[in-house]
Design a protein around this ligand. Sequence first.
Ligand SMILES: *Cc1c(COP(=O)(O)O)cnc(C)c1O
Length: 431
Amino acid sequence: MLSSNLTIGENGHLYFGGHDTVELAKQYGTPLYVMDEVRIRENMRMYLDAFKTHFGEGSKPLYASKANSFKRIYEIAKEEGMGIDVVSSGEVYTAMKAGFDLGDAYFHSNNKTDEDIAFAIDNGIGYFVVDNREELDMIDQIAGQKGKKQAILLRLTPGVDPHTYEAIATGKVDSKFGTAIETGQAREMVRHTLTLPNIDLVGFHCHVGSQVFGEDIYERASEIMLKFMHECEQEFSVKFEKLDMGGGYGVRYLDGDGYVDIPEAIGRVAKHMKAYCEHLGMDMPKIFMEPGRSIVADAGLTLYTVGTIKKITGYKNYVSIDGGMTDNPRYALYEAKYTVYHANKPEAEKDLIADVVGRCCESGDIIQPNVALPEPKRGDILAVCTTGAYNYSMASNYNRVARPAMVMVTPETSYVAVRRESLEDIVRNDV
Ligand SMILES: *Cc1c(COP(=O)(O)O)cnc(C)c1O
């Protein structure tokens, strides 16, 4: 199976996190997001342990909560001792409502509004990761009005191409995110930041991209960042405490996909950074990373009920399900790959090739094309795997389709973490 939390039960059904997915679909209805709480915690601990071993005291992984943001996940992050990164007032508010200490939260985004800035400062945000000059000046101004000194990191682009999809590559010089080192603009930004009275510049950030498998991407990016930090420390006679290397480690969506041994990769990066700091003659800063996908992706799966099966003789076949781009827009956005199982009989002969498509009025509403499946019938359950990241958090109400419920499974039980939207929810804001 694609990941170790997927198994086949004695009844032949697909099991996830020890639970019969067909039973979960019956109990909670479909479409249904299912999250494996054990796997979320294992993934967090994998980072926490690797950080403890390789970077030591004061360094920390932050959960990039845009991957999947709902109250329960912030509770889990808090229990496990992860920091978080947030990108909007909505995420800040969700974390607050979950009782997460915002002192351990890092506020990202390439365009924070004045309202976002004020809201986050009022609620005690630990850090802003500042993208650009306008935003920097606004944070200084708003913090000043509130009589606060605000800690920030500057987001820089190290100019490293992570060899991932164009849409999720962010570390290149021409990115909409961050300030470029190569052009000299980053240096000028540091000079300016250090003159601002209400800003405490504690360090730097970069994020090269997402779904990264490349061997030495973080090593190369960290050299550029450390060198820049060191040069700034010397030029401006200051010390910077933190270096945040962003998120991005890749996960497996298909059996044929590569695999990143994350603890091993972190060990390698740490060793490289230590040697490079020594070479430069600088102290090793506290290191941060912001994994999103690799915390939640394989902890999630989506269950759908099959509706129409359309065979266009001589052309192609369609299997329509009761969800689609409203709960998973990733194929429509960037042709993301997924593994689809027939949950009732995953091991039966795969005698049908079909596009698994959604119910929305868009031809592009495709979950996955050319899937080989045991031929399903109306009412059967399909499971789309590795949907824990960037599915619920990207969901919409297009066609006024209600967003699915999210259910957490543990070895002992299952519980609703996000309720299914009702028809009343759909019209809630209509005046
Ligand atoms: C999206 C993002 C992340 C998380 O990336 P993953 O690929 O999900 O690990 C981390 N940091 C920043 C700044 C991001 O934009």
